[in-house]
Design a protein around this ligand. Structure first.
Ligand code: NAP
Length: 512
């Protein structure tokens, strides 16, 4: 802990108002979500011997996105030795980029190993949480109607959990089978079927090559082509696995090498988009190597700077598009009928099934929950005019003892999000320890600190490729502002979250 944390500044005048005697909350901490971030939080609480916590999970198992996305070909596009907790290396990853089932198994293993599964309440969806200013704790209400109190709330619900469906005229009239990539129908038999896929994002480029050989015909409806580069995937050898197991330092070195390789991408993404030109040339050559038909090449070649949208990796995607039974349709969809889709040029293409690879509702890190702060205001209301903002993506002014994991501007377009999660969890743990050590009732980030932080952040983001690269992506909000991504190297974020800075917070002492 830094010097600031051990010598908090004087409380603000407003914080000195008289309150009723404190009544203890049922839990010290309530964590929302049992995906990568919520699980990490639970493990660190347990390791710090804080046992008074509960994890609410709306589904029936750990895993978040890795539990929900079951489509064929689903795998991570960040190397697994980095896309895993630093405190729980797995020497047994089967590939550089592990498939979904392995990642899900890894998370379940972590839950069991660290004894946090017993703190989890499954099928328990949080509907709302409101800060009780008399008792200085949160009232967390579940969808079932049950209310639980907790001194601290940590939300780790992830940004990509609610499927987004396109608003297409007639969509409800379709008589065939239709489902979203994140709600995959494993019982659907693709053999001999005509399938329409809408979307060409990170999910579609994984499942299209997996189903293309099985279907009779596949129409891929593309609105914007993604940049797709070769994926340096391979099996991990028995020698590597043995080395990693018996000489853990070698796995650390391997992880470090991956970290710096991935981190170097920031130079083009956020430092100077012109640096992307070389990578773009490489990506164009890759398209040319995989696709011989000039018409198809033109269709799949983006007209925006590489990196503006997430850079995708696949060795199977472009070859799948060259198959005789696959057509890439770039004319916009006009409507959906009972038997298929009609494009703007009036052509109707029949389909037995429509698969929506159309991504997620990326609104804010609160999802459908209602979070009410100290002034009785909902968090969404405070974000209405400015767009969503937090300090370090973790603390929101006016919401004492409330912390976000993967909050505003802490997403990444270039490397492992698990690195950010660990940095945030470390920060929140220090905040919790500060609360306990100084017998504080609450910590609330100062509004001017949050405002200054976001002004600087947005200035940096204006010049980055996500805003300047000439594309439209879910990284930008309705005001055209990037409220999603961290604008720099992840080690900068790590350095900024290494020590909890109590002087940036207003706080209130416990009485008696
Ligand atoms: P996505 O990247 O948001 O892609 C959605 C696709 O659907 C885009 O091609 C989009 O076109 C298209 N689309 C959306 N609405 C449409 C409409 N009305 N008509 C036609 N096309 C429409 O979604 P995703 O592929 O599910 O991936 C979402 C995120 O999940 C990724 O960015 C990534 O962060 C994460 N992910 C990660 C991995 C991994 O391996 N780590 C794998 C899968 C997903 P436009 O481009 O024109 O909007």
């Amino acid at each position: 802990m830094n010097a600031d944390a051990s010598s908090p500044a004087a409380p603000k005048p407003a914080a000195r108002r008289k309150t009723t005697a404190p009544k203890d909350a049922q839990f010290q901490v309530a964590v929302i979500g049992a995906g990568f971030s919520g699980l990490c939080m639970a493990i660190q609480l347990k390791l710090a011997k804080i046992n008074s916590f509960v994890v609410f999970e709306k589904a029936d198992d750990i895993g978040g996105t890795w539990r929900d996305n079951l489509y064929p070909g689903c795998a991570c596009d960040v190397p697994s030795h980095l896309y895993s907790y630093s405190f729980e290396p797995n020497p047994n990853w089967s590939r550089m980029f592990a498939p979904q089932q392995e990642i899900w198994d890894y998370l379940r293993h972590c839950g069991r190993k660290y004894g946090v599964t017993e703190h989890m309440r499954f099928n328990a969806e949080v509907a709302s949480a409101a800060f009780d200013t008399d008792h200085h704790y949160w009232r967390v209400m579940l969808k079932s109607g049950e209310t639980v109190t907790a001194k601290i709330v940590v939300s780790g619900i992830g940004a990509l959990s609610i499927p987004a469906y396109p608003k297409l005229p007639g969509i409800e009239n379709f008589k065939g089978t239709a489902f979203h990539s994140a709600r995959w129908r494993n019982d659907y038999d693709f053999d001999g079927k005509r399938v329409a896929v809408i979307g060409t994002g990170a999910s579609a480029i994984q499942f299209v090559p997996a189903i293309a050989p099985r279907v009779k015909h596949l129409d891929l409806y593309q609105r914007t082509p993604p940049w797709v580069i070769s994926k340096p995937d391979r099996r991990m050898t028995a020698v590597e696995k043995t080395l990693f197991k018996f000489l853990p330092a070698t796995q650390k070195l391997f992880r470090g090498g991956i970290y710096w390789w991935m981190e170097s991408r920031v130079l083009g993404l956020a430092v100077d988009p012109r640096a992307m030109k070389l990578a773009e040339l490489y990506a164009r050559l890759y398209i040319n190597r995989c696709i011989k038909d000039p018409k198809l090449r033109r269709k799949v070649t983006p007209d925006y700077t590489l990196g503006c949208k997430r850079i995708l990796m696949s060795d199977e995607y472009y070859p799948a598009l060259t198959r005789d039974n696959v057509d890439v349709i770039t004319t916009g969809i006009r409507e959906v009928t009972a038997r298929g889709l009609i494009t703007e040029d009036g052509v109707e293409r029949p389909a037995d099934a429509i698969i929506y690879g159309t991504g997620f509702q990326v609104s804010d890190p609160i999802g459908p929950m209602k979070i009410v702060g100290a002034e009785g205001k909902e968090v969404r209301e405070t974000w209405k005019d400015s767009g969503m903002e937090a300090y370090l993506g973790v603390s929101v002014s006016g919401f004492p003892n409330f912390f976000l994991l993967l909050g505003p501007n802490t997403g990444l377009g270039h490397t492992s999000i698990v690195f950010m999660i660990e940095a945030q969890v470390n920060y929140v743990m220090q905040a919790i320890k500060t609360l306990t050590k100084h017998r504080l009732r609450s910590l609330d980030v100062k509004p001017e600190v949050q405002a200054r932080f976001n002004t600087k952040l947005q200035k940096r983001l204006d010049e980055a490729v996500w805003s300047a690269g000439g594309c439209k992506s879910w990284y930008l909000d309705e005001f055209g502002k990037n409220r999603t991504l961290w604008p720099s190297f992840t080690f900068e974020y790590w350095m900024r979250t290494r020590n909890f800075e109590a002087r940036k917070y207003d706080f209130e002492y416990r009485r008696g």
